[in-house]
Design a protein around this ligand. Structure first.
Ligand code: SF4
Length: 236
């Protein structure tokens, strides 16, 4: 049942490329998405993603209750214009038909901070504490920042809250930096280039950034054989 619900989750069936994908290091992986390729690496264990989704859903409930029951009116209002914390607000970054849309985990309307939740394992948590977020995560949060800003809401800072998948709430690590729209604009420009390459070149000619760990989680990873429309051998 867990495998079925994971395979049929809206995110798994998502056709449009979203803010979480644009900043991926591997251009070829992004090109597969723009080319509309079907995922072939479907054997990956869905548990981490399942846990992540469950935590996101419960955080949304917790923040909504906090708005309504602790901050009180008008924060509990259904009118988001009256609230301090905006949960899962749909935003679009980019002005043309190639803009990317997604649900932003949290916006603090008092402090003008855009926040993304990530649920991570112990090794990854240590890495993010020591080295900061990946390009992909950083790009994603700045794209949400751009989306909120383009919708007319002030954005001063972006943040990623890393929650331990196995650990305590006291292990929570929050990374933040000032909002820099240029990061989002650069990512959108790169995505346009990849989209054009995907339309013009065989997929195997598009530069790849093969990484043993990242490739394992790539939906198009198919060890053995050449890189073609049916999959990519990754580091092999
Ligand atoms: S398998 Fe690795 S190299 Fe190939 S497209 Fe995916 S991330 Fe890129």
């Amino acid at each position: 049942m867990v495998r079925w619900v994971s395979a049929n989750a809206p995110r798994s069936r998502q056709r449009a490329v979203g803010p979480s994908e644009i900043g991926v290091d591997c251009m070829r992986r992004l090109a597969y998405r723009y080319a509309g390729a079907e995922p072939v690496n479907t054997a990956a264990d869905p548990w981490f993603a399942f846990v992540g989704t469950a935590v996101h859903e419960n955080l949304a409930i917790a923040i909504d209750r906090y708005n309504a029951e602790v901050l009180g009116p008008p924060n509990g209002s259904r009118d988001y214009g009256q609230r301090r914390y905006w949960v899962e607000e749909r935003v679009t970054a980019g002005a043309d038909q190639h803009g990317v849309s997604g649900s932003c985990d949290l916006y603090d309307a008092d402090r003008h901070v855009v926040i993304d939740h990530k649920v991570v394992g112990a090794t990854a948590l240590k890495k993010y504490i020591n080295h900061g977020p990946s390009n992909q995560y950083r790009t994603q949060i700045h794209l949400y920042g751009l989306g909120h800003a383009q919708a007319g809401r002030p954005v001063r800072e972006v943040a990623i809250a890393f929650y331990p998948r196995s650990g305590y709430l006291t292990d929570l690590h929050v990374w933040s930096e000032p909002y820099r729209p240029q990061i989002a604009h650069d990512a959108l420009r790169r995505a346009t280039t990849v989209r054009q390459l995907a339309a013009a070149l065989p997929i195997g000619h598009i530069p790849a950034h093969a990484d043993q760990v990242a490739c394992t989680w790539c939906p198009f990873y198919r060890p053995g054989g050449p890189a073609d429309t049916t999959g990519c051998p990754g580091p092999g």
